[in-house]
Structures are given as structure tokens and as C-alpha cells.
Write a protein that binds this ligand. Structure first.
Ligand code: 5GP
Length: 189
């Protein structure tokens, strides 16, 4: 069994983090993907307790007050947070923990757990990012422009990350991510 490690995956909404993380979890048996809590409303097809724990503002605030989050942040008008308890349990169990969170959250994790490995997923271009966001067809124009604004902010922080990956070819990007996780995990064996 390998020692547990914490990996933070960030990148603009639409960069393809979700798809990459799902492929990673299929390829690396000891990867454990954390489930965040959010005050955002579920999108069509999303279920409470699957993609996220969907909470009311009051429920989220209660967890903040109880110090139940490893990190939390506001993103495009909603709050998102990583539950602390499950992270500590999975680290203890020797898992390669993957958090898919925004830049503000990633920087909080680095402060609290400096041994965390930070990976930034870049879209091939801003034009391609907007095309992907619109192609989802799940978001209003106003939401898309908020997410494009957030994307510019996130890209301005890519130098803060330990590793950067351009997601222009999903197979290659997956291979690079798997190789990175395996190399970090073997260093702590
Ligand atoms: P979405 O609404 O598209 O699911 O997520 C919006 C953004 O919030 C994405 O960049 C996603 O990575 C980020 N996010 C999801 N969960 C968390 C979390 O627990 N903490 C933080 N800081 N960001 C999160």
C-alpha cells in the first residue's frame, strides 16, 4: 500500500477537469475523489450526494462555523467547500486523494497542507473554453460571462501550481496526470 497524498486539481470551468478526474479514478486504483458541498442549485441530471452535497446557505454556513471545511470559497456567486473529516480519514487510509476545486481553495489547501500537490488544467484557448461552456447548453449567458471572468482570474494563478497540463488531447492529458500522481505517490512510499 502507498502512503496517502493530497492532489488538488484546478482550472477554469470547462477546461475538462471533471472528465480527466473520472478517467484518472478508472486508471489508478487507490485514487479517491472527494465530494464537495455547494450552495449552487443542481444542474439537470445532477443528484444530491453524487456530484455534490447540495446545501442551503444556512447549512453551508453552519459547516463553516463548525470548522468542518478544509477550505471553502465563493465561485461565480455560490459557495463550495471540501469537507475536512473525510479527507483526514482517506489520507490515513493511504489513498491518493483528489480535490477538484478552484484557485482560491487550492491556495488555502497549500497553506494548511504544504505537502499537497497542485495541478492546473489549462484549456487550449479562451475561445475553446467559451465554446465548451456554451456547448454544455446548461447555463444562461450571464452565468457563462461570470465563468469566463472567473477563468481569467484562475489562469492568472497558473504559475502557483506544481504542475500544469494543457487539455487539448484527452488521452495525452490523462496519461500525463496518471504519471504525475504515480511519481508523487512513489516518492512518499
Ligand atoms: P461547478 O459549479 O461547475 O460544478 O464548479 C464551479 C467551480 O467550483 C469549479 O472550478 C470547481 O472546481 C469549483 N469547486 C468545486 N468544489 C469546490 C470546493 O469544494 N471548493 C472550492 N474552492 N472550489 C470548488
Amino acid at each position: 500500500m502507498r502512503n496517502g497524498n493530497l492532489f488538488v486539481i484546478s482550472g477554469p470551468s470547462g477546461a475538462g477537469k471533471g472528465t480527466l478526474v473520472a478517467r484518472l479514478a478508472q486508471r489508478v486504483p487507490d485514487v479517491w475523489v472527494s465530494r464537495s458541498a455547494t450552495t449552487r442549485a443542481p444542474r439537470e441530471g445532477e443528484q444530491d450526494g453524487v456530484q455534490y452535497d447540495f446545501l442551503s446557505d444556512a447549512q453551508f454556513q453552519k459547516l463553516v462555523d463548525e470548522k468542518g471545511f478544509l477550505e471553502w470559497a465563493e465561485y461565480a456567486g455560490n459557495c463550495y467547500g471540501t469537507p475536512l473529516k473525510s479527507i483526514l480519514e482517506q489520507l490515513e487510509a493511504g489513498k491518493q486523494i483528489v480535490l477538484e476545486i478552484d484557485v482560491q481553495g487550492a491556495l488555502q489547501v497549500r497553506d494548511k497542507m504544504p505537502q499537497a500537490h497542485l495541478v492546473f488544467i489549462e484549456p487550449p484557448s479562451m475561445e475553446e473554453l467559451e465554446r465548451r461552456l456554451r456547448g454544455r447548453g446548461t447555463e444562461e449567458d450571464e452565468v457563462i460571462s461570470k465563468r469566463m471572468e472567473a477563468a481569467r482570474f484562475e489562469l492568472s494563478h497558473k504559475e502557483d501550481y506544481d504542475m500544469r497540463l494543457v487539455n487539448d488531447d484527452l488521452d495525452r492529458a490523462t496519461d500525463e496526470l496518471v504519471a504525475y500522481i504515480d511519481s508523487c505517490a512513489s516518492e512518499t512510499r
